[in-house]
Write a protein that binds this ligand. Sequence first.
Ligand SMILES: *Cc1c(COP(=O)(O)O)cnc(C)c1O
Length: 385
Amino acid sequence: MKIYLDHGATTPVDNEVLKAMKPYFNEKYGNASSVHSFGDEAREALDKSRKVIADTINADPSEIIFTSGGTESNNFAIKEIAFDTKKRHIITTTFEHPAVKSVCKFLEEKLCFKITHLPVGNDGVVKIDDLKKAITEDTFLVTIMHANNEIGTINPIEEIGKICREKRIIFHTDAVQSFGKLNIDVKKMNIDLMSMSAHKIYGPKGIGALYVRKGIKLNPMFQGGSQEFKKRPGTENIPGIVGFAKAAEIANNRMEKDNEKMRELRDILIDGVLDTIPSSALNGSAEKRMTNNANIRFDYVEGESMLMHLNLKGIACSTGSACSSQSLQPSHVLKAIGLSDEQSHGSLRFTLGRQTTKKDINYLLKVLPPIIENLRKMSPLYKCR
Ligand SMILES: *Cc1c(COP(=O)(O)O)cnc(C)c1O
């Protein structure tokens, strides 16, 4: 039995995506900049893919720049805006993905930018009033994620965008967890810059995009050729781009159905766990939450031990994010919503996907309670409670 409940970390490539990509490795392998039929084929695929991605978010194809993924898109957007202004103040949150958090830290420590981290409260959602209060004459950029990767909570992006537009402040959002899963309309939401990635939506790893609204000036992050409107040089990853577009198209088509099914399974999971395991609680808002995310804390137990025991039973999930679980630091996201270090260490993230079945969830609900009971029996914290 092998059950994958870590779709927030990455997803398998959809078979149709794989099929769409295949010819571009060794049949239609041209360089999109070449002036012959091989180049034409590649260029056509590139243009078509760009239009597909643009259409899913109500953007123009000229506003989509392909990158190597979410990390690059975040770096690109935040740094290039910062490097091109005299202002010094950036507003972000306490619970961003490391690819935003550490870019802000870099700008603060190395280049003397001022960073305000908006709190997110127990529910894991930014408050509009906090944003309003944080804005100063010196603010040039607001970077706030759409959906959080660890706890799955969803920020009021449309309202944030509205305020930024009114104040003429550039608004960037890391939409890697929401793109393809929530309806996104960059115009209606007043988004200026938005990061996307393919591998969280059943596309290949190493490809993503940055939406750059017409009128936002963005210098290239590297110097090189004239690919991607001279903003992102380097020979285009055509198989990846084709796969990304296919994945986005599929995700868009089945968005409602997928969400409906996952919400049902997620709620069975959450209710089942909270009903059967004492001293357990959901982290973050239950309502303003992605349909695929259940992040639950278990007091008096250690996440890594739970993870290992679940792994022995064939269940894959995570503590915090895939990135932070490499270190033993408590998750900054769980800290941001008010959890103690112990509570953070005792939290598990289950992220469901398209293949997840009721049987999978039932199996989890069967094996998890005894694992926790046994670990608590060995826990001095539990005995002394
Ligand atoms: C996965 C993820 C990223 C990083 O994207 P990559 O394509 O893996 O570089 C950035 N932000 C969020 C919210 C993510 O979940």
